[in-house]
Design a binder for this molecule. Structure first.
Ligand code: HSE
Length: 299
């Protein structure tokens, strides 16, 4: 029997659209029992709407991997314990894909390296900014190259925590991408390139005071604020309460603030109050950065 633990992830971090991301200590777990009749059992906080039949995304991903490596599909019983809320910008579909790949690879005797799994995960998921931190942990940069995605871990265990504010709204990535213009102006491109550079410096030098400026974005957050009432005000509220920096998590609706340890209550409360004033109920979590990425263990 094996168990695979996969972290939630937060993509973009403001200016790093489709390339920066980090892993959070909020996990889904997939348990696989081999030589059992096929069965999917669901547990954990978020099971509603997850198919427990062969159309399930984790199972589909496992079968896809076994096809790729010509490994005969085994009969297995799967148990999912899901704690990552779906459709909230915390990487739940990446977690399903990465978890399915790591589980299937382990069962097949680990024919693929982590780098090779990343290439498969990226081809299935479409954007690497969630799958890279889900596999590698820490704060990551995903670079599209002619040979595939080049993953870089900028900081494995940064000395900060995250407040995530999760509105009671579902928002599909396709919808949140659909409202973005296809082209960007040169000024906006320069703004985001320079800010992403500063953000990377902040993590590499552990100079988190740079995050306030470094997490600013002009390519997607303002545009998405029409879908997420209170978005811009709540990011401002995080900074006002002392967060190092704050951004929309992935394509939203969750917001993430990076904070020093002692400010967790102030930042959470200020963000929640501001969301509530915009008429949106939400819950907040204070999470550490996950430094290990998806891991498989025998149990
Ligand atoms: N970077 C994506 C977006 C979400 O903002 O649309 C995660 O892949």
């Amino acid at each position: 029997m094996i168990s695979v633990k996969i972290p939630a992830t937060s993509a973009n971090l403001g200016p790093g659209f489709d390339c920066l991301g980090l892993a959070l200590q909020l996990h889904n777990t997939i348990t696989v029992e081999t030589n059992r009749p096929f069965k999917i059992s669901l547990a954990g906080s978020y099971c509603n709407g997850i198919p427990a039949d062969e159309s399930n995304l984790v199972w589909q991903t496992m079968c896809h991997f076994w096809d790729l490596v010509h490994y005969p599909t085994p009969s297995v019983a799967l148990t999912f314990e899901n704690h990552i809320p779906p459709a909230r910008g915390l990487g739940s579909s990446s977690a399903a894909i990465v978890g399915g790949l790591v589980a299937a690879n382990t069962i097949a005797g680990s024919p693929y390296t982590k780098y090779e799994l990343l290439q498969v995960a990226n081809a299935l998921e479409g954007h690497p900014d969630n799958v890279t931190p889900a596999l590698y942990g820490g704060v990551t940069l995903s670079i599209p190259t002619e040979d595939g995605i080049l993953p870089r871990v900028l900081a494995q265990s940064p000395k900060l925590r995250a407040v995530v504010v999760i509105p009671d709204l579902l928002l599909k990535t396709e919808k949140a991408r659909g409202i973005l213009p296809a082209d960007v102006s040169r000024n906006d491109a320069v703004f985001n390139i320079s800010h992403a550079g500063l953000l990377i410096e902040a993590f590499i030098r552990e100079e988190y005071s740079l995050l306030k400026e470094g997490m600013r974005d002009v390519l997607h957050q303002n545009q998405r604020s029409v879908l997420i009432p209170g978005l811009l005000e709540t990011l401002a509220a995080a900074l006002q309460a002392g967060a190092y920096g704050a951004a929309l998590s992935g394509s939203g609706p969750t917001l993430i603030a990076l904070i020093p340890d002692h400010l967790q209550l102030d930042v959470s409360q200020n963000m929640l109050n501001t969301m509530n004033q915009a008429g949106i109920t939400a819950q907040s979590l204070v999470l550490d950065i996950d430094s290990g990425g998806a891991t498989a263990s025998s149990i």
